[in-house]
Design a protein around this ligand. Structure first.
Ligand SMILES: C[S@@+](CC[C@H](N)C(=O)[O-])C[C@H]1O[C@@H](n2cnc3c(N)ncnc32)[C@H](O)[C@@H]1O
Ligand code: SF4
Length: 384
């Protein structure tokens, strides 16, 4: 496994405001410490590259938080560093998540100049009432304007929407999604609203300030999403991701295929193989203590754990059944050291195959669309 190619994730932990639904590692500061964080991210990248050697690099992903708040020079410097430290693939995919406020939209051309070739816009909804409910800092018109700016600049473009919002009817969602598909390029991420522990929405939801669509309605919305995207030539290639064939996010496929990735920045995690060992890495989550640790030791890493074959099998099942392509059985054995049939509950597997939730061929185990609809419950029962 030594020569596994590598994907690079870079976490930028700052946002203009905290959205009430969001439990990502994101923080609001009066002034973002740009220079300090640029320096620390570059230091951490160099530190880890020295240990990894010149592996083939297949993708870079700037995620957050709001990486479109990064100084474009920092994005440029990190891309250049990564290209120097690793053996960059000619088709290197470089994605940056951007929020569609005017401040950030104005900087998109600088991100393009820095080498970003794919942008992921956090549009979330196409009407102002929904955006206000979601606590977003931008209007629907701003979102559309940012989309048009990005379209003129980047070879690849995707955006996120959050649906199954309070009182969202099937008719309303079909209409919104139809508009979104007209605006879309070749990729969309469509997430059902979830209530995450510790968020403002959690306490509001507990107090009964709003309700969510029930499970049946959510399932109907999910199926309508698959139908409409399919009719538009975009396949559901993962639970919440839709693309024209060939336009899938290579970076995210790395996670789902359980391949190696290096994560730098506060709270970023990684999976890295060294010979036959596979290690899980974690960094300090809070931004300033992370930076302080990097300044002191060269890395913000707090934990490194060698994964057992059982850990790996569990993780690879959890990741691999999210994607339509499923899990390649030979790769499963090569990556985990366990045969797939020894990693799952045989009677649950047999039942799930019979009920049409899973599909097993000589080389592949995959979840069917019905299976992906109830993936959490299925995995809980299936994985030993
Ligand atoms: C790291 S976040 C967003 C990046 C960027 N800061 C933004 O807000 O556009 C990635 C995506 O996860 C989705 N997301 C976050 N929390 C969610 C939740 N509780 N329910 C559904 N989708 C959520 C949003 O669509 C968001 O764009
Ligand atoms: S959704 Fe995006 S902008 Fe909002 S808090 Fe989360 S990371 Fe920040």
């Amino acid at each position: 496994m030594q020569n596994e190619p590598l994907a690079l994730y870079i976490h930028w932990p700052f946002c203009l405001a905290k959205c009430p639904y969001c439990d990502f590692n994101s923080h609001v500061r009066d002034t973002i410490p740009q220079a300090r964080f640029a320096k620390a991210l570059r230091a951490e990248l160099a530190h880890d590259a020295a240990r990894l050697g010149r592996r083939k690099l297949t993708s870079i992903f700037f995620g957050g938080g709001t990486p479109s708040l990064m100084a474009p020079e920092t994005v440029a410097a990190l891309i250049e560093d990564a290209r120097t430290l690793f053996d960059a693939a000619p088709e290197l995919e470089i994605t940056l998540e951007a929020n569609p406020t005017s401040v950030e939209a104005g900087r998109l051309h600088q991100f393009r100049q820095a080498g970003v070739n794919r942008v992921s816009l956090g549009i979330q909804a196409l009407d102002d009432r929904a955006l206000a409910f979601l606590g977003r800092e931008h209007s629907a018109a701003q979102a559309r304007a940012a989309l048009e700016t990005a379209r003129g600049l980047f070879p690849r473009l995707t955006f996120d929407l959050i649906y199954a919002r309070p009182e969202q009817s099937l008719v309303a969602w079909r209409e919104e999604l139809t508009t979104a598909l007209q605006l879309a390029d070749d990729h969309l991420s469509l997430y059902q609203l979830t209530i995450e522990p510790g968020t403002r929405f959690e306490s509001l939801y507990r107090k009964g300030a709003f309700t969510l669509p029930d499970d049946d309605t959510a399932a109907t919305l999910y199926e309508a999403t698959a139908d409409l995207t399919q009719a538009h030539g975009m396949a559901a290639y993962e639970v919440s991701n839709y693309a024209r064939p060939g336009s899938e996010s290579q970076h995210n496929l790395t996670y789902w295929r359980y391949a190696d990735y290096l994560g730098i920045g506060p709270g970023a995690h990684g999976r890295l193989s060294f010979g036959n060992a596979l290690v899980a890495t974690r960094r300090h989550r809070a931004p300033e203590p992370w930076a302080e640790r990097v300044e002191r030791t060269g890395t913000g890493q707090t934990q490194e754990e060698e994964l057992t074959p059982h850990d790996r099998a569990q993780e690879m099942l959890l990741m691999g059944l999210r994607v339509y392509e499923g899990i390649n059985l030979s790769r499963f054995y090569a990556r985990t050291g366990i045969r797939l049939e020894d990693a799952v509950d045989q009677s649950v597997l047999a039942q799930a195959l019979q009920e049409g939730y899973l599909n097993l061929s000589a080389q592949t185990l995959r979840a069917t669309p019905e299976g992906r609809l109830r993936l959490e419950a299925l995995l809980a029962a299936l994985v030993l």
